[in-house]
Design a protein around this ligand. Structure first.
Ligand code: UGA
Length: 435
């Protein structure tokens, strides 16, 4: 099937390449010429495992092309909207400027019977408004939220754990839209991937509800970490023990510096803002608490580093290991790790921050920080703080690291190090919510 993907960021680039891999003929469109130039040359503008290989293969096969010109979408049957919906400046609501611009730009190129498929995360009610907007073109709209995780984006796109279709209200239109989407996702459907076919509002809500649930789960365990710290308990063992209950589950119960990224933080805020517009702000009041617990964890990491340094970070060398919001990503949007580095720097610490993939992005945003290799960060450090659980940091040898630092104190902001091994090697180990 011929399709276009408008927006080639973390979501769109992966979606376009994955659709081509599945045998479709895809054009990816973005307003950023540098991004398009890189993608067209088969180069990934982001760090995402598996994406570079997929781009080379799909561009090479001739099934995937890229353009900065929206008219390239002409002739495609399905048009995916995969642009960003960041937090609006000065408000918690989502900024829909890019979604609106993408749809407006696409409209002159739509033919009757085309299907516009929204993938961006939007406030409930957006799809209905956009459907009315495109009605004069004779094209239809469906909402098909994306649940991919960065770091696993290719796998999650090609083999999703579920598909959700938000279909038009008119039954005949819904059937046509569903048939087109079934063709798009024929491969996943042939493997019995669960499918929920529903209306626009439910599809839009599924996405934000899923992210709100995940954020709540993380903040729940981080709240338990706060209590564990005060009570002298160990939150990691607590998470293991409650996680054995299949109704609770162990995943997303890792206490630490909290959640960041381009999705969870802004999605819970936009969800609260939308609930208020709907006159139901009270129903989501708890998300403000989820947000507050999450942000407190960053304060706590900084506090623990300062305490470990004897009450002042001034002129002390601190090795900050990790800048990306999670491992296997170069994404620093709302990253707790980068935030911790910036705050320690602001307290006068001599911070040397490192990350396997996110230094370039971090330097662009915070040129005042000093960046280096892991070795440079650790050399003569008075304290070490691990804030992104990259496998290479987990695998550090505490004996070897002890030989190069000045102070053997480690703050494990992700509870990811082997506590016994580090203590055994003579380190003062400080975890979050751990004894
Ligand atoms: C999240 C959702 O997990 C995806 O399902 C969703 O599609 C995506 O947002 C989106 O809306 O596009 P992602 O932002 O890639 O995916 O990252 P997560 O794996 O959810 O991690 C988010 C943050 O939570 C990270 O900072 C991570 O370090 C933190 N986290 C995660 C914890 O602090 N503890 C945990 O136990 C798990």
């Amino acid at each position: 099937m011929r399709m276009s993907v408008i927006g080639c960021g973390y979501l769109g680039a992966v979606h376009a390449a994955s659709m081509a891999k599945l045998g479709h003929e895809v054009v990816g469109i973005d307003v950023d010429p540098a991004k398009i130039e890189a993608l067209a040359a088969g180069k990934s503008p982001i760090f995402e495992p598996g994406l570079p290989e997929l781009l080379v293969e799909s561009v090479g096969s001739g099934r995937l092309s890229f353009s900065t010109d929206t008219s390239a979408a002409r002739g495609a049957k399905v048009h995916f909207i995969a642009v960003g919906t960041p937090q609006k400046a000065g408000s918690y609501a989502a900024d829909l400027r890019f979604v609106d611009a993408a749809v407006e730009g696409l409209m002159p190129h739509l033919a009757p019977g085309d299907l516009v498929v929204g993938k961006s995360t939007v406030p409930v009610g957006t799809a209905e408004r956009l459907a009315k907007m495109i009605e004069p073109t004779g094209a239809m709209l469906a909402w098909n939220p994306e649940f991919l995780r960065e770091g696993f984006a290719v796998k999650d796109t090609i083999s999703p754990d579920r598909l959700v279709y938000g279909l038009p209200p008119e039954p005949a239109d819904a059937a046509t839209a569903q048939a087109l989407l079934d063709e798009v996702y024929a491969e996943a459907l042939s493997h019995d991937t669960p499918l929920v076919a529903t209306d626009y509002a439910t599809a839009e809500l599924v996405k934000v509800a899923a992210n709100a649930f995940l954020a709540t789960k993380i903040s729940f365990i981080n709240a338990m970490a706060e209590i564990s710290e005060a009570a002298g308990a160990d939150v990691t063992q607590l998470a293991d023990a409650i996680g054995y209950d299949a109704r609770i589950g162990r995943r997303f119960l890792n206490a630490g510096a909290g959640f960041g990224g381009g999705c969870l933080p802004k999605d819970i805020r936009a969800f609260s803002a939308r609930a208020e517009e709907l006159g139901k702000g009270e129903a989501l009041n708890f998300l403000k608490e989820v947000d507050a617990i999450n942000l407190r964890r960053r304060d706590r990491v900084v506090e623990l580093v300062v305490e470990a340094l004897g009450g002042s970070a001034y002129n002390k060398k601190v090795a900050v290991l990790g800048l990306a919001f999670k491992p296997d990503s170069d994404d620093i949007r709302d990253s707790p790790s980068l935030d911790v580095a910036v705050r320690l720097n602001g307290l006068g610490a001599n911070v040397v921050a490192t990350d396997p993939e996110a230094i370039a992005n971090s330097r662009r945003m915070h040129p005042q920080l000093v960046f280096g290799t892991t070795e440079e960060a650790l050399q003569d450090a008075d304290a070490v703080v691990v804030v992104t659980e990259w496998s290479e940091y987990r695998a550090l040898d505490p004996v070897a690291v002890a030989a190069v630092v000045r102070g053997t104190v480690v703050i494990d902001g992700r509870n990811c190090l082997d506590l016994a091994a580090w203590r055994g090697a003579g380190w003062t180990y400080i975890g979050l919510g751990r004894k």
